[in-house]
Ligand binder design. Structure first.
Ligand code: SF4
Length: 215
């Protein structure tokens, strides 16, 4: 039984329009759009690491190796040295080298574009796979991270316990044309305004479409 009172209609069309105008949406797009390998590697690097730390490291790495062939030329130690400022760099180095090797051996150095194949790589979860599909291949997919999960619930658009559950609900609710954008705008919104502990509702541009559900 749902005891939460829902007074406002969560108009996703309006929310997308308002937030797209409010934030500079294309930060990650500019860097990795249409390049699934870079999208994959940067996403692997970014897990549990802040963007401000991840992006410079990713750029430094891509100067040396921006494809599987160049990547496997790096030794494990060399790769660790390049990415050592990010969290869990040893595991990430191992996964990146391992995936690059498999890409060469099994996929002629191309990134596969299906969820099933992407999830078979060690270290790749649904969020990473969805980013590869949406950013790298520019196909509709909804990458749900902590911001997307939290805000979709606060809006009263979904009532879910896990990011995975949120992804499956959003797939049913959101028009396909907004799948890619939903991630971009909510990540920016989550960092700047709808923060985890202290959401800045008083300056929020979408307050008229938000039920402010705080669990
Ligand atoms: S900041 Fe407040 S009003 Fe805006 S989306 Fe978050 S919970 Fe809703």
């Amino acid at each position: 039984m749902n005891e939460i009172k829902m007074n406002k209609i969560v108009n996703t069309e309006k929310i997308v329009n308002l937030l797209s105008n409010y934030y500079p949406v294309h930060v990650m797009e500019d860097n990795y759009t249409g390049n699934p390998y870079k999208a994959l590697v940067s996403c692997l690097l970014s897990l549990r690491t802040r963007d401000e730390i991840t992006f410079p490291v990713a750029e430094k790495l891509f100067e040396k190796a921006d494809n599987p062939y160049e990547m496997v030329k790096l030794s494990y130690e060399e790769l660790c040295e390049i990415i050592k400022s990010i969290n869990y760099y040893k595991t990430k180095a191992e996964n990146i080298l391992n995936i690059s090797k498999i890409l060469i051996e099994k996929y002629k150095s191309e990134i596969p574009s299906t969820m099933e194949e992407l999830l078979a790589f060690k270290g790749v979860g649904r969020k990473t796979a969805n980013i590869v599909i949406s950013v790298g291949f520019q196909q509709p997919a909804i990458a749900v991270d902590t911001h997307v999960h939290r805000i979709s619930n606060r809006l009263g658009l979904v009532f879910t316990k896990t990011p995975e559950e949120t992804e499956f609900k959003l797939i049913k609710i959101l028009p396909k044309k907004h799948w890619r954008t939903w991630n971009q705008i909510l990540v920016l919104h989550g960092k700047a305004t709808c923060k985890p502990i202290t959401p800045l509702c008083h300056i929020c541009p979408i307050i008229n479409y938000c039920n402010q559900v705080f669990k």
